[in-house]
Design a binder for this molecule. Structure first.
Ligand code: SF4
Length: 286
């Protein structure tokens, strides 16, 4: 059994780590919440030290984040970028633009992002909702309390928890952590939570774990970006990524980007490249 640098954390815990056996897994998944939260903090610090700021979300305005959050469903970001370029070149990457553009034209412009008929319809629906409920103002919408607004977004066609939380966090600076498949995979492989845990369970764990990181985090130079030859999922600094926000929102923002970096580069579905991953020393057994 190998605890890496964390042996002190689990030293006082009766739930000793015996990774590999079923019994070990049951014990590990049943670690007390405070130990799981501690683990999340350690992962954040390790990844942030390694890769620095990730500059999510690559966008020039909150509405671009909203559009990107819809378009990125079930497709790679590179395809979203092509659709965004089309929208920008046609000068419709705005609430007014999506409102006025005919549905057929919108479908054609966002075609590179896949599921373009469905996504075009949903974008139109979002603008309708915004017009009806907030007189077309994103600022008014984001001025709502987080929980109430989250429920409203979740009630919209085509918005699940990941999309709702991406909009809340990256466009509206609301303190919600975004959970994706990479997050679940890392937790499952590290035997912190089973991979099929509910979205809310995972979100709660990360929000609980990262709250105290945010209390002590003060150092987020707005344009800082470390040179990365491998790993990470950093974007170049953008208007949205350098917006001033609370430490808590910034830490949630960074952690999601860092986890995407782990998932994309190392913790792949078919093959985990643990030997090169910054989180390798935290595996329950090697
Ligand atoms: S690649 Fe290996 S070390 Fe990295 S997060 Fe996945 S399971 Fe952990």
């Amino acid at each position: 059994m190998h605890f890496g640098k964390r042996s002190g954390i689990f030293g006082a815990c009766e739930c000793s780590r015996t990774g590999g056996s079923t019994l070990g897994e049951i014990r590990i998944f049943n670690l007390p919440t405070e130990h799981k939260e501690q683990e999340i903090r350690i992962y954040y610090n390790t990844l942030f030290r390694a890769w620095g700021r990730q500059h999510w979300w690559p966008a020039r305005s909150p509405f671009e984040v909203v559009v990107g959050a819809y378009l990125t469903q079930n497709t790679a970001w590179t395809n979203v970028e092509k659709a965004m370029v089309n929208l920008r070149q046609t000068r419709v990457l705005s609430v007014a633009g999506i409102r006025r553009i005919p549905l057929r034209t919108l479908q054609r412009l966002i075609r590179p992002a896949g599921y373009f008929r469905q996504k075009a319809r949903r974008l139109k629906l979002f603008v309708k909702f915004l017009d009806h409920r907030y007189a077309g103002s994103l600022a008014r919408m984001f001025a709502q309390p987080t929980t109430a607004l989250r429920e409203e977004l979740l009630a919209l066609n085509g918005i699940g928890p990941e999309t709702a939380d991406s909009i809340l966090l990256y466009a509206g600076n609301h303190p919600v952590f975004v959970v994706d498949a990479y997050t679940r995979r890392v937790l499952g492989r590290h035997q912190i939570l089973p991979e099929d845990s509910s979205y809310e369970q995972v979100r709660e764990l990360f929000e609980g774990g990262l709250a105290s990181v945010a209390e002590s985090a003060t150092d987020f130079p707005p344009h800082e970006q470390r040179r990365q030859t491998t790993g990470g999922s950093a974007h170049p600094p953008s208007t949205m990524s350098t917006t001033k926000r609370s430490s808590l929102v910034q830490v949630y923002n960074e952690m999601h980007g860092l986890i995407v970096g782990v998932g994309k580069n190392y913790c792949r579905k078919s093959q985990a490249r643990c030997d090169q991953c910054p989180l390798r020393e935290f595996l329950p057994s090697r």
